[in-house]
Design a protein around this ligand. Structure first.
Ligand SMILES: [Zn+2]
Length: 502
């Protein structure tokens, strides 16, 4: 996500914008082999979801089949799923800070939830339990243990209520933001099952890549932007059924509106779409240009984006921007302000496609890993697009003056925080922004100063290549540094990540 706190921002950008920089030729990445996505999709779990969407009641009637494959070396007798919509059921437990509630619910509190009606395995109803902090975890007893390499088919019926809320999940005047909306299997890792609740600070999500086939039946006058590629749109009386497919993605989000206009352009085998609301054509074109240019730069600098489309969506959303695989949502108010904000946020969310969508991580316990690198990647966009001086200018304004200097003031007042803290240790978005985005991005800048730009890009390429479609951790990043430089970087990272003040 791009936090709401983007202060002290880039006044000089537009002046420098005409000084278009040229991509340097060092460390240009290799194109990845053809069919990579098809190969990555082998042996993954599948989600088949059929949805009937009723905008009048803001409800989704869903049937879902999950073919879950146990790709771990332990047996499971239960499976756990996140039910994120239930975080929006109880007014006192919604994933917003007290000071955010007014903006999240401009029309007053409105509940959201997910009710499981039935769970079946091989056609037989099975025992299930819904529990956790806000009834956010579904656990299913498997009966027969699921051995390593085995697959199990689980069928569910459930109803989702979308709240009148302009956070990630909810609807406003123009858009229904259908994100983190279906039962998704929790990640099993060296710590066991990750069943964290929906925390209010950070992007508290952690998931494995899987394949998706999602059909959404909507009134005919709605347009959908989604994670998946559109296979077909079939007319059915007053409805349309949108059929989507997505291979090797770590989540599936969609946004629906009666008002969307859409434009697209294709570069490097990837089509970028810009969905915008009427009267924002000019800004919608700009958003497309920012995302498209960012894709070209990041393709060259980090490694090629494996998916074939990316949608930038203007949405009723009050927190700047938010990333999902192949889809980013942008606060619609950014389209009516100074466009330098729209550019920064669009590029930030586009960078998340590399650091979150392709290379995943535990965004609860190690939020800095994707967020700090994404923030620094945003700086790299300015440098690569507009030249070195603009890159430095943006870095100094946004990271140094806007965040690091502010953080120094907090530290001077006795505040302490290491970079590598889990999201739930942060009390508010301000300190989260200063520490994770600001201090975190400065870590990457210092790493670059230490190794030189060529090796720095080499490190990012190695990290990307070795961890795509997986969940990485700090050790994987350190490993990439060591591989490229032939030196140990453990002490550098430990010192920077763990220091309580600067
Ligand atoms: Zn972000």
């Amino acid at each position: 996500m791009d936090v709401k706190v983007l202060r002290g921002f880039i006044l000089a950008i537009l002046v420098f914008a005409i000084l278009v920089g040229v991509l340097c030729c060092d460390s240009v990445t290799q194109l990845h082999p053809p069919g990579e996505l098809a190969k990555a999709s082998e042996n993954l779990s599948w989600y088949y979801i059929d949805v009937v969407f009723d905008p009048n009641t803001a409800k989704l009637i869903c049937t879902q089949t999950v073919e879950y494959r146990n790709n771990h070396d332990v047996e499971f007798d239960r499976l756990y799923f996140h039910l994120y919509p239930n975080a929006f059921r109880d007014e006192n437990r919604v994933p917003f800070l007290a000071e955010e509630k007014q903006r999240a619910y401009p029309n007053g509190f409105s509940p959201g939830w997910l009710d499981i009606e039935e769970v079946m395995i091989n056609g037989n109803p099975v025992e299930f339990n819904v529990g956790g902090y806000s009834s956010n975890i579904l656990s299913i007893v498997l009966g027969t243990p699921l051995r390593p390499g085995q697959m199990i088919e689980i069928n569910m019926k459930y109803t989702v209520k979308i709240p009148n809320c302009i956070g990630r999940f909810g609807y406003g005047k123009h858009t229904f933001n259908v994100t983190n909306w279906y039962p998704i299997v929790c990640v099993y890792d060296h710590t066991g099952w990750n069943t964290d609740p929906y925390y209010p600070v950070g992007d508290p999500f952690y998931s494995d890549v899987a394949n998706y086939q999602v059909n959404v039946k909507v009134p005919y006058d709605y347009t959908l932007a989604a994670t998946g590629e559109i296979l077909d749109v079939k007319a059915e009386r007053a409805y349309k059924v949108w059929q989507f497919k997505a291979l090797a993605v770590r989540d599936f989000a969609w946004i629906a509106s009666q008002d969307f206009e859409v434009i697209s352009r294709t570069v490097d085998g990837l089509t970028v779409y810009s969905y915008f609301l009427p009267s924002y054509k000019e800004e919608g074109v700009k958003a497309l240009d920012y995302a498209l240019t960012a894709v070209q730069i990041f393709n060259r600098r980090f490694g090629k984006y494996p998916y074939e489309h990316l949608s930038v969506v203007q949405a009723d959303f009050f927190v700047g921007g938010m990333e999902y695989p192949c889809l980013v949502m942008i606060d619609r108010s950014l389209y009516s302000q100074d466009l330098q904000w729209l550019e920064y946020v669009t590029v930030h969310e586009t960078a998340h496609q590399w650091w979150y969508a392709v290379v995943g991580n535990d965004q609860i316990d190690e939020p800095w890993l994707d967020e700090a690198l994404t923030e620094y990647s945003t700086i790299l966009y300015y440098e690569n697009r507009y030249g070195e001086n603009v890159g430095k200018e943006v870095y100094n304004r946004v990271i140094v003056d806007g965040k690091c200097s502010q953080l120094q003031k907090y530290y001077a007042q006795g505040f302490t925080s290491r970079i590598d803290q889990p999201v739930y240790k942060f009390k508010d978005w301000v300190t989260y922004d200063l520490v994770v985005y600001g201090k975190g991005a400065s870590l990457f800048n210092d790493l670059r100063q230490a190794v030189g730009s060529q090796k720095f890009y080499g490190i990012l390429q190695n990290y990307y290549r070795e961890n795509k479609f997986k969940n990485a951790n700090a050790c994987d990043l350190i490993k990439a540094c060591e591989k490229v430089t032939g030196k140990s970087w453990k002490y550098f990272f430990q010192k920077r990540l763990r220091s309580l003040n600067w």
